[in-house]
Design a protein around this ligand. Structure first.
Ligand SMILES: [Zn+2]
Length: 53
């Protein structure tokens, strides 16, 4: 379902691409970069736990 306004800042979305994402282009990039800094977990963390025996 298409969004008419940005989820993050509430601005009106002009392009179909943004409406499908639910974010403006800038907010989408910020949202992605923010989630990359703080991932919920990483594969490396899981490997470390296995090696600890
Ligand atoms: Zn926005």
């Amino acid at each position: 379902m298409l969004k008419t306004h940005c989820i993050r800042c509430g601005r009106k979305l002009k392009t179909l691409e943004s409406q499908e994402l639910g974010f403006g282009k800038i907010c989408w990039e910020k949202w992605n970069s923010g989630s990359n800094i703080k991932p919920l977990f990483t594969l490396e963390d899981m490997n470390v736990k296995k090696d600890n025996k």
